[in-house]
Design a protein around this ligand. Sequence first.
Ligand code: FAD
Length: 407
Amino acid sequence: MARLKRIAVMGAGIGGLTAAIALHQRGFEVELFEQAAGLTEVGAGLQVGPNAVKVYRALGLEAELRAIAGEPINAISLNWTDGMPLSRAPMRAGMTAQFGAPHLNVHRGDLLQVIAKPVPDSIVHLGKRCLATANTRDGAAVRFADGSAIEADLVIGSDGIRSMVRQSLFGCEDPRFTGMECWRATLPVEKLTNRRFGAGGRETFDTNDAVNWLGPAGRVVCYPICAGRVFNIFCGHVTKNWVEESWTIPSQLSEVLDAYRGYHETLIGMFHAVDPSTWFKWGVFDRDPLPRWTVGRVALLGDAAHPMLPTLAQGAAMAVEDSFVLARYLDQYRDDPEAGLQAYESERRPFTARAQLQAREQFDVNQSVPPKPRLSRDWMFANDVTKSEPVRASSLAEKAYDSGKEI
Ligand SMILES: Cc1cc2nc3c(=O)[nH]c(=O)nc-3n(C[C@H](O)[C@H](O)[C@H](O)COP(=O)(O)OP(=O)(O)OC[C@H]3O[C@@H](n4cnc5c(N)ncnc54)[C@H](O)[C@@H]3O)c2cc1C
């Protein structure tokens, strides 16, 4: 068995790569183990909330992030049938002023490229599917599907919602199907020819606006990515069909049109403009908050620890925050890494548990007729884990609605 005097991170998604950067910058020896043959992400957009942008700023990646991002001018919510405006909130002018960083939107593949760049190739091990991990006398060991094994001082499980590290620590339990399926698509902005909404279609949204259609079958959330060159479409649809496995399967325009029958003509026009061969759909799963994330020298991070519904667009942001906090505490407790892991968990677990539960509540709110204002995400956006005194979940304001703002 190879002996590693270092931190072994399982899974090179957004969480694992960000953790590798944060740990590497603090001088730790890190090795990343990824099951896939390459570093890839699904071809869809991702909202990077101001709380995550603050982390990338601290890691020295803000300029690279801004270069690939779309930054919405306004967030406009429209009624699903007639396209009448329900709310309009300034984002570009408002987010930095209020939360200290912008709300950016990126293509997942572009983000992966940005965060893979600072990670030396020599520490990334592809085709390494972790099967199990366990504490040893003075570290932790990992067994891989190819028959190899390693030992390290610490093992971090950032291997996603079906984490094998989590399974090793806490047993096997299937994730919960949430009742949401979603389609995701992208559209070059030059194909966005009809952008009319409001009474008689007299108003027009900008290709740099975020536009949401709110209706009982689910919300369709659209926003600019790729430096404003591409419009991302996220269709979060409520379904009664039970889905047994998380899937990404090819879909068809007719399925999307069926799901959004009766929605506003501008939206339907957008669906028609998408290259029909590119429709895919996903089943959306989550889990209950875990009572603990750490056992000895092994800890969880990102979706492995706290997978949540995408209704807050915060799952990846929380993985990014976890990464920074993990590196901060391991640095602070260099002589006692188990205490460092415990401190990491104590800060992050209550915060992310609250987000997991609010994401479920938001899913219910999204189905209300007439549409209700969205639950406030200000407590997440305001968080700044790069400051030494983080906002703690216990000291955060109670649940609030964003009255008069984005719905
Ligand atoms: C439809 C949808 C929309 C979303 N939109 C947003 C959004 O706008 N903003 C936001 O912040 N969040 C969003 N999220 C949530 C976000 O995608 C996840 O929270 C985020 O990707 C989690 O990152 P992660 O690195 O923890 O896990 P993952 O992204 O799942 O990465 C896990 C990595 O581990 C690898 N792996 C898995 N098993 C093993 C193994 N056994 N051994 C080795 N490697 C392994 C995988 O191949 C993968 O590379 C959305 C989620 C969904 C489903």
